[in-house]
Design a protein around this ligand. Sequence first.
Ligand SMILES: C[S@@+](CC[C@H](N)C(=O)[O-])C[C@H]1O[C@@H](n2cnc3c(N)ncnc32)[C@H](O)[C@@H]1O
Length: 360
Amino acid sequence: MTNIAQLRAKAENTEQQIGGCVRDIVAQLVLPGDQRSDPELRSDLARLIALRKTLKQIDRDFDRQKGDVDRAYPNRAAAAGVRRFFRELHQRVWVNRNIVQMIRTLIAAGPRPLYPDPTPAHGMLAQQTEVTDAVFIALQQYLQPETQAPEAAAHGCFPDISLLPSRFAEHAHAAYRVMLARQGDRPIRFLDVGCGCGVKVLSASILFDQADGLEFDAGYAAVARDFLARSDAGNCNVIQGDALAFDGYADYDVIYFFRPMMTDEGLIALEDRILNHARPGTVLIAPYGMFHDRAADLDCAHVAGAVYLAGCDADEARAQREKAEYMGQNIVPPEHRRRAAKGVYAPVRDLCRATGFPVS
Ligand SMILES: C[S@@+](CC[C@H](N)C(=O)[O-])C[C@H]1O[C@@H](n2cnc3c(N)ncnc32)[C@H](O)[C@@H]1O
């Protein structure tokens, strides 16, 4: 066997060992924190670091010997194959240079609250967010028809008054982490009950596989449809209809409603309808005081902030919140979340995406 052939065999064997080591590490990482074996994880990580060092050395060794390839392989096709192998090996070494850091982040990850500590009102980030929110609201007003449809007002609907986009982002992000913690393979479906011109539907379409809006007012629904079609989101849908009579709530995993109806009676009827039809475990986002006050009397439990779970009791809600707090804070667009990674480090990348940790 030539030196180069030996080097190649060593590289293949090392990568195979890396694959086994990565699988062992991920098998530990998917366990709840208190069931992991820290000594095992530490020794697997040390083994991985050593194997990666060996692979980098092989990469460097080939670089020194690459002038010998044509002599060692007089057959041109064989020589080209060897060069391709080592070129791809070099790329893999480079592309995966941050893998140990990614694993360390997963190992060190502890619980982080679903809602961050309030940012100081006069702090830089809060001030910048205020400016962005103001522009966002102005754009939403620009989208709106001149007036609410008279039929909608007569039905007791609120006009399209927007929840601040930054507040919505907080609630949707918390709901997203609750859904990630469930580790299901099913696509996550979101519904905005009373979506107005559809701006929150567009926000939700970045987090969830499907984002739909239900809207009574024909004018708002038409604007929302047009706006979402032009935004090119592709996973949004607007349903024109009455939320008091809608019978599709059981199709959704996350249901958001921001005080759609004006009167308390209308709102109570709407909340009852949602709670009577949603599947147990559906995540509800209801950012207004009256829902919080009523939640204890309804068949739902408070998770955190404006997030609730339909058909669950306080213990289930606490358990889901605690699991969700272990999720990372990275928002991975749905199409990326479900794209399986390739190669020996694929289990690490898949785990990072599935649990909200950055893939670098
Ligand atoms: C306060 S706005 C909320 C808009 C948007 N969801 C947001 O958070 O920015 C309430 C919206 O709910 C709609 N709505 C009220 N009652 C409804 C009903 N019974 N069925 C469907 N939509 C309704 C209104 O037309 C209005 O667009």
